[in-house]
Design a protein around this ligand. Structure first.
Ligand SMILES: Cc1cc2nc3c(=O)[nH]c(=O)nc-3n(C[C@H](O)[C@H](O)[C@H](O)COP(=O)(O)O)c2cc1C
Length: 190
């Protein structure tokens, strides 16, 4: 596919519809290198990415379930707890992206955060370019301090993406997009 067509037509595929095969080790390295190519004012590199191995996906499922059960007490049913256990295993590959910004710093915080968003977006596009599908999620698990600590992060660090990558088991339906005319305007001076 032409690069421009790929960018104009990319769609997320929901994580539960992402199956094997996932990207190989080399393909995953290429996907992450595409993330590292993201614009980064001041060469800070304000992002980190964790490759959650298969073993890691299992262990993370246990953490999600444990935290969920603790937070919901007796209201958590077995089915709900099992759902949390399965959450990180929905796709063959799971990447966790954090925004590791430097504050105070001469590069505004906003610019460092935006670079993290661009990092995630490049990962989605690179996965798509290699013929895979992906979904960029956060869900409740990205905002939970215990989960951040279990993953080795300080609670002040933002998890900005849990990116699931795999092969689509079904074509996603098209999603309505904002109209070009609604978001684009021209300005030619005062
Ligand atoms: C930072 C960020 C976090 C997101 N988190 C969620 C989420 O937790 N749950 C969800 O259903 N979609 C989430 N989304 C939306 C999906 O990634 C995706 O944009 C949506 O399914 C539409 O797909 P599209 O990429 O084809 O537009 C998030 C998007 C972004 C940018």
């Amino acid at each position: 596919m032409e690069a421009i067509e790929l960018l104009r037509t990319r769609r997320s595929v929901i994580a539960r519809n992402l199956s094997n095969p996932g990207p190989s080790e080399e393909e995953l390295a290429a996907i992450i290198e595409s993330g590292i190519r993201t614009p980064d004012h001041g060469k800070i590199g304000p992002w980190r990415v964790q490759i959650i191995t298969n073993e890691g996906q299992n262990a993370l499922g246990d953490v999600f379930a444990e935290v969920f059960e603790k937070e919901h007490g007796g209201r958590a049913t077995d089915a709900m707890i099992d759902f949390e256990k399965q959450r990180p295993k929905r796709a063959p590959v799971l990447l966790i992206v954090t925004s590791n910004i430097l504050v105070p710093h001469k590069i505004p915080e906003m610019e460092q955060r935006l670079s993290g968003g661009a990092f995630c977006m490049n990962i989605l596009n690179a996965a798509h370019a290699l013929g895979y599908s992906a979904q960029w999620l956060t869900e409740w698990v990205a905002y939970n301090s215990e989960i951040k600590i279990a993953l080795g992060h300080d609670p002040s660090v933002d998890i900005i993406g849990m990116i699931y990558i795999g092969t689509a088991t079904e074509e996603p339906k098209q999603r309505e997009r904002p109209h070009f005319e609604t978001i684009v305007s021209e300005w030619s001076g005062c």
